[in-house]
Design a protein around this ligand. Structure first.
Ligand SMILES: Nc1ncnc2c1ncn2[C@@H]1O[C@H](COP(=O)(O)OP(=O)(O)O)[C@@H](O)[C@H]1O
Ligand SMILES: [Mg+2]
Length: 248
């Protein structure tokens, strides 16, 4: 469903993403985990055709996303870290707009939209987007993406800005989507999200993938029994953290 080869992004002298390979199959939930500035957002932007890589190629649903952008984008859904939406639209106008852009103004989509609005408690559809908080915009964005039930869904730090209930709802929806044969790629720096949801985790540090596998495989690889310790070790922070803690 998603395949990236030797994906690289250089900003000036900074190598933000350094020759990474990613492969995610049907029905998988892949969590891309890494500290701040590791290259998660840059990777997601390249995988979704928003940013051109300096080097490497991206295939989504068997097609090169930069050669067939419209075709591929029609079949995927993207929830960015900063939901950018037209501020002067009302919530319901935005949803209508998305339905018309994707030519999906049909009964099935409308029913899915109503269900999502209900479970995410989006009870502010008559508000203007400029009046909405980050979390409110994010929930509206989630409705607009998930109502289309795209085959592949990309989410950048989806739990930032969401409350406990919305996060729990989102996790269940993503699980169900994967069970139905959908594919999920999400970035997070929150271990719980990765641990409870992902079928496979990739850890990125300073632009490079330092480990990949199931939670159990990562624990085995790092010789640690909890994911937090695995993460600290694999991102090269174990000694530094020990030293710092001794100084306190
Ligand atoms: N548009 C840009 N121009 C220059 N540097 C950038 C740009 N976008 C990201 N970076 C740099 O690339 C690195 C990776 O950033 P990012 O992918 O946003 O990390 P993450 O999402 O993992 O926190 C950081 O060092 C960041 O400062
Ligand atoms: Mg980011």
């Amino acid at each position: 469903m998603i395949r990236a080869k030797s994906l690289t992004k250089v900003f000036g002298k900074k190598v933000a993403v350094d020759h990474i390979d990613i492969s995610v199959g049907e029905g998988e939930i892949y969590a891309f985990l890494g500290p701040n500035g590791a290259g998660k957002t840059t990777t997601l932007k390249m995988l979704t055709g928003v940013m051109r890589p300096t080097e490497g190629e991206v295939m989504v649903l068997g097609k090169d996303i930069f050669k067939h952008p419209v075709e591929v984008k029609r079949m995927i859904g993207v929830v960015p870290d900063e939901p950018k939406m037209y501020p002067s639209l009302k919530g319901w106008e935005f949803l209508k707009f998305i339905m018309s852009v994707y030519k999906s103004d049909d009964e099935v989509t409308r029913q899915r939209m109503e269900n999502l609005v209900e479970v995410f408690s989006v009870d502010y559809l008559d508000h203007y987007i400029f009046e909405m908080s980050h979390g409110m915009k994010q929930k509206l964005m989630l409705v607009s993406v998930l109502m289309r039930k795209p085959k592949v869904v990309f989410l950048d730090e989806p739990s930032v800005g969401l409350d406990v209930i919305a996060t729990a709802v989102l996790k269940e929806i993503l699980k169900k989507h994967a069970e139905d044969g959908g594919t999920i790629f999400l970035t997070t720096h929150i271990l719980d999200m990765a641990q409870n949801l992902a079928s496979r985790i990739g850890i990125i540090n300073k632009g490079k993938i330092v480990a990949e596998g199931t939670v159990d495989e990562l624990k085995l690889m790092a010789g640690r029994k909890d994911l937090e310790e695995v993460f600290i070790k694999l991102t090269g922070n174990e000694d530094r953290l020990k030293e710092m803690l001794e100084k306190l």
